[in-house]
Ligand binder design. Structure first.
Ligand code: HEM
Length: 496
């Protein structure tokens, strides 16, 4: 009997399994230390059977009920230290900020970035690029009144776009995404895009699609078994195709900038980066080259669009679910700003209730429930353990926001979490949507400005009308993983 026909696929399968075990094993190979205890892992799959990749942060929170606020979980063969609750996250990310300032493995981004850019680099490269970005963004108005006027102007364009709906039901995802993206485009590319620009629209569709796939079971499985998922079919491959299109878009913009560059008068972030590339072109150790420019631009463009626009969409849903909260925000807008002038950042300190509502929305939804994975930058003693250099760390930001030692009745939506007894706004150390410490979100200040100015401008002009009774509005995410993605919805905006 000839067995060769049956043996070939079996042999192939065996070889493939050995290769995957080897590749996966490499992810898990770390120096020994003293890791916190956790659920016993199985070879290759790790703790997969104790986790639900569709609801990763919830299943990690659940495991902490058995293993405590600090434990080790194996994603495939990669051991990760999970930090759950305010105290654990604060002790690591704030009290030992330097030790916990590394970026951990994140295969779904790494395959595209190769560790270039700010968000997924480490060591000296990360420090240099982050410092450069902060400095340059500041020079282009981030954190000053010039970015404030840019947001105010964009908010007016958004209002005009909304007025065109004439009170008919619509899904706000596209206009919001375009408005938010335009703010960062102005700083990075030196221009905004018309809401009708089809190339730009397609690109933003790719953003939304990627955020959704990365926040689905496919994104989570890719992060756990990257080598296996590379060879298995599935929607996750779309992430990389979409990222490639984004790369082409950015590369094309860089080419135009190179053509028109006036080194004496840089117009935007890309110009400044190109000038620095030119200054350091003889230095073989320079971090300023085309690939780091593309990825840094990508970090700002993608990071600056998806999170903020998702927060705004969620805000609409929440305000429609709690109309009494929306009514009080309207009242405060009418009282402090009135109908005739655009809201400005200085209004914030006179609008404690609105400020508290915006904080509470961000606490309640935690757009990135697991932050981005961190890593320890050296062998790190922590609460009696010794985490070997490079150990992945997952800070469960959602668990901080739902920590009953920090917020009363945390599963309820309650703006009083951010108000003192006299109705004045009070922040909380446990408010961490941007993750604290050395790697805190680079756009946190910009995001806060945008959320305030976009929302107050829209509420100044419109009242929000849901298509179903408020009690039926479902705030649970459509998918949750990297991000919490709200369910698609339509609403009506009526002029006030
Ligand atoms: C509501 C809006 C936003 C939220 C909730 C958010 C959240 C986060 C979080 C949790 C991280 C991970 C930080 C860490 O590892 O500790 C992060 C990183 C980052 N964010 Fe944001 N972000 C928002 C808006 C923005 C904006 C507007 C920009 C662009 C200007 C931006 C750019 C970045 C970058 C570049 C990083 C990487 C920082 C680093 O690794 O050093 N983000 N963000």
């Amino acid at each position: 009997m000839d067995l060769s026909g049956a043996l070939t696929p079996a042999l192939l399968l065996l070889c493939l399994s050995c290769l995957l075990l080897y590749l996966n094993g490499k992810r898990g190979s770390r120096k020994s230390g003293k890791m916190p205890p956790g659920p016993a892992p199985l070879p290759f799959v790790g703790n997969l059977f104790q986790l639900d990749p569709k609801e990763m942060h919830r299943s990690l929170e659940k495991l902490s009920e058995s293993y405590g606020p600090i434990y080790t979980v194996h994603l495939g063969s990669l051991p990760c230290v999970v930090l759950c609750g305010y105290q654990a996250v604060k002790e690591a990310l704030v009290d030992q900020a330097d030790d916990f300032s590394g970026r951990g493995d994140f295969p779904v981004f790494y395959r595209f970035t190769r560790g270039n850019g700010i968000a997924f680099s480490n060591g000296e490269k990360w420090k240099v690029l982050r410092r450069f970005a902060l400095h340059t963004l500041k020079n282009f108005g981030m954190g000053t009144s010039s970015i404030e006027s840019r947001i105010q102007e964009e908010a007016q364009f958004l209002v005009q776009e909304f007025q065109k709906t004439g009170g008919a039901p619509f899904d706000p995802i596209n206009p919001i995404c375009r408005a938010v993206s335009n703010v960062i485009c102005a700083v990075v590319f030196g221009q905004r895009y018309e809401y009708q620009d089809t190339d730009f629209l397609t690109l933003l569709d790719h953003f939304n699609e990627n955020f959704k796939i990365m926040s689905s079971i496919w994104g989570e499985l890719y992060n756990i078994f990257p080598s296996l998922m590379d060879v298995l079919p599935g929607p996750h491959h779309k992430i990389f195709r979409n990222f490639e299109k984004l790369r082409q878009f950015i590369t094309e913009r860089i080419r135009c900038h190179q053509k028109d560059l006036d080194p004496g008068a840089p117009q935007d972030f890309i110009d400044c980066f190109l000038i620095r590339m030119e200054q350091e072109k003889q230095d073989p150790l320079s971090y300023f080259h085309t690939e780091t420019l593309v990825m840094t631009t990508h970090n700002l463009f993608f990071g600056g669009t998806e999170t903020t626009s998702t927060t705004l969409r969620y805000s609409f849903l929440i305000l429609m679910k709690y109309p009494e909260v929306a009514a009080r925000v309207h009242q405060e807008i009418d009282h402090v700003i009135g109908p005739d002038r655009p809201p400005c950042l200085a209004d914030r300190k006179h609008m404690p209730y609105t400020e508290a509502v915006l904080y509470e929305i961000q606490r309640y939804i935690t757009i990135l429930p697991m932050g981005l994975p961190r890593a320890v930058t050296r062998d790190t003693p922590f609460r009696g353990f010794l985490l070997p250099e490079g150990t992945n760390v997952i800070p469960l930001l959602s668990s901080v926001h739902y920590d009953p030692t920090q917020f009363k009745d945390p599963t309820a939506f309650n703006p009083a979490n951010f108000l003192d007894g006299n109705g004045a706004f009070k922040s909380s150390n446990a408010f961490m949507p941007f993750a604290p410490g050395k790697r805190i979100c680079l756009g946190a200040g910009l995001a806060r400005m945008e959320i305030f100015l976009f929302l107050t401008t829209i509420l100044q002009h419109f009242s929000l009308h849901p298509m179903v009774p408020p009690a039926e509005i479902d705030l649970s995410p459509q998918c949750t993983g990297l991000g919490n993605v709200p369910r698609p919805f339509e609403f009506r905006l009526l002029p006030r």
